[in-house]
Design a protein around this ligand. Structure first.
Ligand SMILES: [Zn+2]
Length: 275
């Protein structure tokens, strides 16, 4: 079911990891950001759109992770975009014949059958340095950074005061760093938070890729939370984060993710001769 979070901006939340699909009303149809995860949920979204006389005229993937690259035939054949780097990474990772099987193994076994992979990752990269999504609707500013995944885009829907944060600023997931594609994942993340902080004053509603929508007073708080986590990880300080631990929504998974991030960072330190 679609839920309005700002004028002309609605979300559809998946049962899988509270993943948020975002619908933005334009003049001739809607922009659909990170369309969803489970097939029947995307069909439900397509029905909700057609019942309200709308169709998707553009799609956008915030970053090249499978749960943000999906689409369903019932949503139509609108052009789907990502940053140039996001699209190149998706193309790269999906280019070999075993790619989809590999991606299926990354999913919880109980949802594999429910995730339609036919249209996975079929996105067009926007020219590098593109400042906005090309579509006939409210201006959507692209804030590209390299935290979490290559070519990750946060999107600022300026007239609506809405920040679509992708996989940062979540109230349920800790910052998950990209250790595979970058020389300095910690600094990449901190730089992304600086970019988001620069627009925080314009934001009334923040929509994370996973988790709950935050109001204006949550924007800076979530930036601060993410920064505190990343700095504690960098400095190998004890982490006291409400998103980690048995009482948090995905607290057990986040505890495991935190441990893996500590180990990845320690291995990097050994390589660099820092410890
Ligand atoms: Zn992700």
């Amino acid at each position: 079911m679609l839920r309005q979070v700002a004028d002309g901006v609605l979300i559809h939340q998946s049962e899988f990891m509270q993943t948020n699909a975002v619908v933005v009303h334009g003049r001739g149809g809607v922009l659909l950001i990170d369309a969803g995860v489970l097939g029947d949920e995307m069909v439900c979204l397509a029905n909700d759109l057609s019942n309200s006389g709308q169709t998707a005229v553009a799609g956008f993937s915030t970053h090249p992770h499978w749960d943000h690259l999906l689409w369903h035939a019932s949503l139509g054949a609108a052009p789907r975009y990502g940053t140039a780097r996001c699209a190149a990474t998706a193309r790269d990772r999906l280019s070999d014949p075993g790619a989809k099987a590999r991606i299926a193994r990354m999913m919880p076994p109980d949802i594999i059958e429910q995730v339609p992979l036919e249209l996975l990752g079929l996105i067009t990269g926007l020219p590098a340095e593109s400042e906005q999504i090309p579509w006939d609707g409210p201006r959507v500013r692209i804030i590209e950074h390299q935290a979490h995944a290559p070519g990750h885009a946060a999107l600022l829907i300026e007239e609506r005061g809405v920040l679509v944060a992708g996989d940062t600023l979540s109230d349920v997931l800790i910052p998950l760093l990209d250790f595979g594609d970058t020389a300095d994942p910690i600094e990449d993340y901190l730089e992304a938070l600086r970019l988001l902080e620069r627009v925080a004053g314009e934001v009334d509603v923040v929509i994370p890729g996973h988790g709950s929508v935050g109001a204006a007073d949550q924007v800076q708080a979530r930036i601060d939370h993410d920064r505190a986590y990343v700095q504690a990880l960098r400095d190998d300080d004890a982490v006291s984060d409400p998103r980690v631990g048995p009482s948090a929504t995905f607290g057990t998974e986040m505890l495991g993710a935190h441990e893996r991030q500590r180990q990845s960072l320690a291995r990097r330190g050994e390589h660099d001769g820092r410890s």
